[in-house]
Design a protein. Structure first.
Lengths: 144, 178
């Protein structure tokens, strides 16, 4: 937890959780070959459609945040990821994001190329046995 | 240069609450240019910066209610419990963003609000955020009832906002729709 992410209370500010969440998701996209290099080589990118963060605990400067990220579902154009964010081992937040694959020269969503689709399918199979958090896909204020 | 996140309204004392004043529906308390430090390698606004802008609008709303540094120093505050952010269109450097805030619902200690961010010239909806806020006793680290004066102000705002349509995305679950 960096000093520049702290709010007036000296706790991690709301947007700070979002920064860590997108860094974690960027690393997962990198595993799938859908990160910075891909953006340049394919003129395509994963765009964030929606983000749902549940804030569960305050985080203080100097704590270490760790993300555990799973691929929840995917189709030819879309990916949905869920992360648990731990602060020194204790669950501090969860974040769920929906991404769409966009051809940035056309400015619209297009299917993933075959090799990336294969990587996504491989990860989806590997994550299929993971326990699904009870709050997945629930709207704001809905308790699991 | 500050060593932490600040909001443009920090330190600003709230105007006294006027119970006879008409309440805007929705509230328009915050407007900001897209700051250079918010831009990504593409010249578009980075994801987490949308939350900074919505947070600044929420801070303006807190001060409108009467929640400022003095209120927090006395031990209570509104904490964000959940945020559901929707990205509709990209914002770029040079754009100016107009934010609105609508009170959807509340009880003694919880507040359900909805923000919209629009391009000031085109009026295009760029992003929206649905948030659940909780009134917290900071020392005890748990939720606590709002004091009567804040509860009444929030109730008055919700009444004024009952003329507004409920945004379509409120309560929408996330998922791949086929």
């Amino acid at each position: 937890v960096r000093q520049e992410w702290l709010d007036y209370n000296h706790h991690l500010t709301d947007a700070g959780y979002a920064i860590v969440l997108s860094e974690a998701h960027e690393l997962l996209l990198e595993r799938l070959g859908l990160s910075a290099e891909y953006r340049t080589s394919h003129s395509a990118s994963m765009f964030t459609v929606a983000t749902h963060i549940r804030y569960l605990a305050e985080c203080s400067e100097g704590q270490t945040l760790t993300a555990a990220t799973m691929l929840v579902e995917a189709d030819r154009k879309r990916l949905r990821l869920h992360s648990e964010l731990f602060a020194d081992g204790a669950l501090a937040a969860t974040g769920e994001c929906l991404y769409v694959h966009v051809d940035t020269s056309l400015g619209r969503s297009v299917p993933l190329p075959e090799d990336r689709q294969a990587a996504v399918d491989g990860m989806r199979k590997a994550h299929a046995g993971l326990p699904r958090p009870a709050h997945l896909g629930l709207g704001v204020g809905v308790r699991p | 240069v500050t060593d932490r996140v600040t909001t443009p309204y920090e330190g600003r004392e709230p105007a006294p609450w006027d119970p006879s004043a008409e309440i805007e529906a929705p509230l328009r308390l915050h407007s900001t240019p897209v700051l250079t430090e918010w831009l990504d390698y593409n010249g578009h606004m980075s994801e987490s910066c949308y939350l900074l802008a919505f947070g600044d609008s929420a801070d303006a709303f807190f001060r409108f209610l009467g929640i400022d540094e003095a209120y927090r120093a006395a031990g209570q505050s509104l904490y964000t419990s959940q945020t559901h952010l929707h990205h509709w269109k990209e914002a770029a450097g040079g754009d100016r963003l107009d934010l609105t805030l609508q009170v959807l619902d509340h009880d003694r200690r919880r507040l359900h609000i909805f923000h919209e961010m629009r391009h000031d010239e085109t009026g295009n909806l760029l992003a929206s955020a649905e948030q659940l806020l909780v009134h917290v006793d900071m020392a005890a680290g748990r939720s606590t009832d709002l004091p009567d004066h804040l509860y009444e102000r929030i109730a008055a705002i919700q009444r004024a906002h009952s003329v507004l349509a409920r945004p379509e995305v409120v309560g929408r679950p996330m998922g791949i729709r086929r």
